[in-house]
Design a protein around this ligand. Sequence first.
Ligand SMILES: Nc1ccnc(=O)[nH]1
Length: 461
Amino acid sequence: MKNATEQIAQKTFGEVEAIPSSQRSATGWDMTATWIGANANNGTWYIGGVIAAAGMYTASVTLIMVGILSYVFLALAGLMGYRTGLPAMALTRASFGLRGSFVPSIINLVQFIGWAAANTFIAAISISTIFNSIFGWPAYGSKGGNTGLIVGIIIMSLLHLASISLGEKSVRMIERVGIILVIIFVVWESVVVFRNVSLSQITAWQPPHAVRLSSGAVVDILAAFNLAWVTAASDFTRYAKKERSATVMSFLGANIGLFWFAFIGLTATIATAITMRAFDPNDSDPSTIAIKLGLGMIALLVIVITSTTANAVNLMAAGSALTNMWHRMRLGVALWIVTFAATLVSFIPLWFANFLTDFITFLDFIGMFLGPEIAVFLVDYFLIRHGKYQLEEFVKVDGVYWYQGGINWRAIAAWVIGLVSYWVIGRIPVIKETIGATFVAMAIAGLVYYVMARKAQRTID
Ligand SMILES: Nc1ccnc(=O)[nH]1
């Protein structure tokens, strides 16, 4: 125990709260359900439709490989949260420095608000399409088509407010009911898809040359899509009772949600392209497909519910990032702020002609910023610190994680090198055609950080 003078002498920076094992209640099933719920939604369906532009074979092989690799990173990040009890952004204090962790925190705040807005907009497109078919409102993209979108955004935002104000329990309830509706809908839709076209037709279909996506482009799209969850992992796994739940179950849940929904989006989009004899990646919207295939009202329900559950995870992660920077703010208040911000951001695509282009740009930024960041904090925890962080150092000015003035410049440098690499490598044709830039940039950032951090450790020893 420190005496009073020592405590005054020891200056602190912010606050972090570790969840002790006595307060942990999340089971393996909760972890699986959280990550299935996170990925079993409209956005995943939509991304499945987007990668259809690479053809069935490239799209599905890439989907599986990138999913497995990305969610190994999710499991590793989840393990950090489980072992320490700390939220994701507080954990980056150890690698980036107490002050340096503001960089990952701001990125997380922006990207999770961005995701909530993207999912809201994707849901609003669906809602407006359904209003068009049921009430004859002008369709998305035609004159007056914004009315349906605006109503859709408002419906989604009210549901977000309801889900955060009622707290975690209500989200869990929505999740449980939602998953049953989703299963019914998805089975139904699969039956309709395969009644109209055969699997062999789907695998034989080739995208038109003008819109064809290379395999590297698909890797980068999917990597960004999947890695975006990694920086939220600890926010949830720190409540897990068992290590296996935090790691294996998160891994399984995220992959199940991803494969399940992206495959439906993929096959349904190709099926639409075959039956309509025209391919449009914007057709990947589930309700466009639902209506073209003769489904309707139930699609609306499923879309709204699943987007709400996914966004509950996004808003929680954004709120948590805000509290790492603004420690006097309670999580509840932070949640209200990020939810309002997400509502405002959801309206932005209304002013741009093509949501798909905006969305791909958003993913490009995520891959560039997050990939190298994830590489740095995983290398720091597992390789530099050998899986041990000292909890009491997380708030100490001049402590182990203070580095120079609160910033670990080595982490920042490795991260910047990683993101410049992403930018440069992504422009090399052979990379674009094959493995994509994201994982290469991660490897570079991780390696650079490892070398610099080891060198620094040796000089101290
Ligand atoms: N793939 C995703 C990552 C993060 N947030 C989402 O809503 N979706």
